[in-house]
Ligand binder design. Sequence first.
Ligand code: FO1
Length: 331
Amino acid sequence: MIDVNDKAPSVLALSGGIGGAKLVLGLYHELAPWRLAIALNTGDDLEHMGLHVSPDVDTVMYTLAGESNQHLGWGRASETWSFMEQTKRIGGPAWFNLGDGDMALHVRRTELLNNGAKLSDITAQFFAAFGVQAHGWPMSDQSVRTIVETVDGRRLPFQNYFVEERCEPRISGFIYDGATGAQPSSSIIDTLANPDLQAVVMCPSNPFVSIEPILSVPRVRAALAACAAPVIAVSPLVGGAAVKGPLAKMYKELGLKPGNAQILRHYNDFADGFVIDHADAAEQLELGLPVLVTKTVMSNLDDRIDLARSVLDFAKKLAAAKKPRQMRSGG
Ligand code: FO1
């Protein structure tokens, strides 16, 4: 019997990017809404035209509110673009598109931040305003920004790499600028320590630019390693290629063979189970931990819900075998 006064989440998802938001939606439909919490990547955040924009926060909020732009994968549905048209007309930056409705979030978020509000409190206000009952927790209230290092010696803020330069530069590495001095979200740390937590889900996002920023915040990795609930990682790769985005290209440019063994290296310290697609079933024997082989490509809402259900069932199976453990070295 669910105690409706107990709003503690039973599942914590770590999500960034467009792929991650798909599974978050499946989990949102599968669980009682308040039972889902999402650790949100803010490494993609940027200051643009004096505004603080939090893409991965907004993508999850729009997705759970049923207002996401299915065509673009980001931003809101039935958006208009007068602001951008008029911005270009007067010589403003054209490379990063801010929709008219979307602008309300950026202007209001910037105003509240400038008045001293915390990003986590602002996000809770916005989620409530959009009728989203899941808990959306930015990984930190401090600034942690993903910087992409390129082989020609540049350090590109993430959106300049991803949007302005369309992921074309050859990369040599990543910096999570600000991570060492950042405090992790206390909600995330407390939830990971909650013995009633039933599962942690690493959503199928790009590990380098959507999940590692969250893991780079001090104490997050240790909290995951000490978590009593099963930690399930869902691979963003199918057949060695990223379902969406630049992941396979990143692996190649780093001299690494794109594949599930590589994905797992990001999560070795704490993953209890790994979910891969049927296309990669042959790899399961070499991965060295319990593997669920299922359909991980999510083309519609049913796919999102089915994958969420499979992941939660897998976690239940692993929960019996799970014992708290110390953090393993390497990773
Ligand atoms: N992605 C683009 O490819 N082009 C854009 O102009 C763009 C603008 C934008 C504005 C707000 C926002 O929340 C997201 C936006 N995105 C855009 C997507 C964004 O770059 C990605 O969703 C994430 O940062 C990657 O996970």
